[in-house]
Design a protein around this ligand. Structure first.
Ligand SMILES: NC(=O)c1ccc[n+]([C@@H]2O[C@H](COP(=O)([O-])OP(=O)(O)OC[C@H]3O[C@@H](n4cnc5c(N)ncnc54)[C@H](OP(=O)(O)O)[C@@H]3O)[C@@H](O)[C@H]2O)c1
Length: 214
């Protein structure tokens, strides 16, 4: 499979590495065609990895991962070009975190809206699935925890798109919890804050969510 990654940060690098490890071809996109971080990542990954602009990565991917600064999603997606994402599954890993008042950050979008819904509104012809936003990048691929695999909570409007993301999540080593349509991003983005605040209060960043059932 060809995967486009929009973002050169830790999430883009971790998920990109996961896809390369699984044998996929991955293009990492950035605001510049030859971003230093993307080039270093691609050199480390080898022949399956390449770099380009946001638009080139969006056009390349059969599936595309959005891993940009959450409050810059609109600008990144304009550069990516919604026409390059038409009909595609877009995995939205982002959180609209606002650090202007320091740490902990606040959610820049709350109430009856969310970053995930905004991404879907910007990409009306794509199938946005929110996933990977409730855990740190260190655990995104094949997470190993004493209590067994953690769960990835995800949401989106299109069932076929969600099934594709479920297959990816399983390959990446996750249990899965479907929490409904893209409007549930309101709660997944708040859940990210629970993950962040727990990390701040314990000064430990080795945690992940699991839904216990019987
Ligand atoms: N870090 C984590 O462990 C983690 C975990 C879960 C979810 N998340 C979420 O995942 C997303 C990515 O996080 P990250 O830490 O990997 O990276 P990040 O530092 O939040 O974002 C880096 C990316 O955002 C792009 N960007 C920054 N400002 C921009 C602007 N004004 N216009 C367009 N693009 C812009 C950068 O473009 P260039 O490549 O051109 O510099 C870069 O590709 C965030 O939304 C974050 O909340 C993070």
């Amino acid at each position: 499979m060809r995967v486009g990654i929009l973002g050169t940060g830790d999430v883009g690098k971790a998920l990109g590495k996961g896809f390369v490890t699984l044998g996929d071809d991955v293009k990492m996109g950035s605001r510049e065609a030859k971003n230093e971080k993307a080039l270093a990542w691609a050199r480390e990954m080898g022949a399956k990895a390449s770099v380009g602009t946001f638009a080139e990565a969006a056009a390349f991917g059969e599936i595309v991962v959005l891993a940009t600064l959450g409050v810059a999603n609109e600008s990144a997606l304009k550069l990516a070009g919604p026409e390059n994402l038409r009909g595609k599954v877009v995995i939205d890993t982002t959180n609209p975190l606002d650090f202007t008042a320091g740490v902990p950050p606040k959610l820049a979008v709350t109430g009856n809206d969310s970053g995930g819904e905004r991404v879907q509104r910007l990409l009306l012809d794509a199938h946005v699935v929110k996933a990977f936003n409730t855990v740190g990048n260190a655990f995104m691929f094949r997470p190993s925890f004493p209590g067994g695999p953690p769960d990835m909570f995800f949401c989106g409007n299109n069932d076929d798109a969600k099934q594709k993301v479920v297959a990816i999540l399983r390959d990446f080593g996750w249990g899965i919890v479907d929490v409904g349509g893209i409007e549930s991003s309101r709660y997944l983005e708040a859940m990210c804050m629970v993950w962040v605040l727990s990390g701040i209060h314990t000064n430990s960043w080795t945690h992940a969510f699991k839904l216990l059932k019987k």
